[in-house]
Design a protein around this ligand. Structure first.
Ligand SMILES: [Zn+2]
Length: 279
């Protein structure tokens, strides 16, 4: 016996808490829905056609960078291309779009980590975003490798790692639960060996303390998934405004329905009605 859910508002990125399994909350406007409780139930999502920028509330025909209007996309530091390519950080040139935001989001300690989301990958995140970032990527395990002084340096280290390891998640494999087992502590040792010269060169320029190897232990994560999809079909609210299906799992920022998967993050800012009927 469970209660009906009927909420209306803008989708936000799903908050999640580490655990076995991870606990997810669906954020719709000001409402919060405990998703793990809804596994096995029929959920319905209706997009009313309105997208509102998650920064300025303006109505926008199209969502840029997962939830922003075009003016914000052009103006905010969070939407600058150096966020996707941190090695292109231009803070030191005095051209950061929002230097104060840069101070608190980029010029602070970052973690370079290894994760297993669909196989081994390298990634970077602000130290305070661990383990949120790992959960958003649907990683089943992750381990910090280096702590570095800024997002820029993290980007440079990541570039060095990219010639040896992927930096992307194969999200279809991730959603199928198709993930090999890996010994991340061992992979970390191997990777540090492979990038030893790169790290020495970076330390020479940026200071010995700017890049610290860490032996912190990793984190294993499991997800509330009852049925793994055999074929990954995606729902797209831009094309079909009504989506319904039985909730079979939640992983990364995806809801896995028996009719297909939906990436909630992609539809951040979309005004929707989310419903589950009482059993
Ligand atoms: Zn805006």
């Amino acid at each position: 016996m469970s209660n009906a859910v009927d909420v209306t508002g803008r989708f936000r990125k799903m908050p999640a808490e580490a655990g076995n399994p991870v606990t997810y909350t669906l954020a719709v406007g000001d409402d919060r829905v405990d998703l793990n409780d809804l596994l096995g139930q029929l959920v319905q999502i209706d997009f009313d056609g309105v997208i509102r920028c998650i920064h300025c509330d303006r109505v926008t025909k199209k969502s840029f960078n997962q939830g922003f209007c075009y003016p914000c996309f052009r103006k905010l530091a969070a939407c600058d291309s150096c966020i996707m390519s941190p090695e292109k950080c231009h803070f030191h040139l005095g051209t950061c779009r929002e230097p104060e935001w840069g101070e608190t989001h980029c010029m602070v300690e970052h973690v370079v980590y290894l994760a297993n989301s669909s196989g081994l990958k390298v990634g970077i995140t602000r130290a305070t975003q661990v383990p949120t970032r790992w959960i958003d990527q649907g990683a089943v395990a992750a381990i910090p490798m280096l702590r570095v002084a800024s997002r820029y340096l993290a980007g440079l280290v990541e570039v060095a790692c990219k010639s040896h390891v992927a930096d992307r998640t194969n999200w279809r494999a991730m959603l199928k639960g198709d993930v090999p087992e890996l010994d991340l502590a061992q992979e970390r040792q191997r990777m540090l060996g492979l990038i030893e010269d790169d790290l020495a060169a970076l330390r020479e320029v940026h200071g010995e303390d700017s890049i610290r190897a860490v032996d912190e232990s990793g984190l294993d994560l499991s997800y509330p998934v009852e049925v793994w999809p055999e074929k990954v079909k995606t729902h797209n609210l831009d094309k079909t405004s009504h989506v319904e299906g039985v909730l079979e799992g939640i992983k990364g920022q995806y809801l896995i329905l028996d009719t297909g998967v939906i990436n909630i993050r992609k539809f951040t800012g979309y005004e929707v009605r989310f419903r589950v009927q009482a059993e």
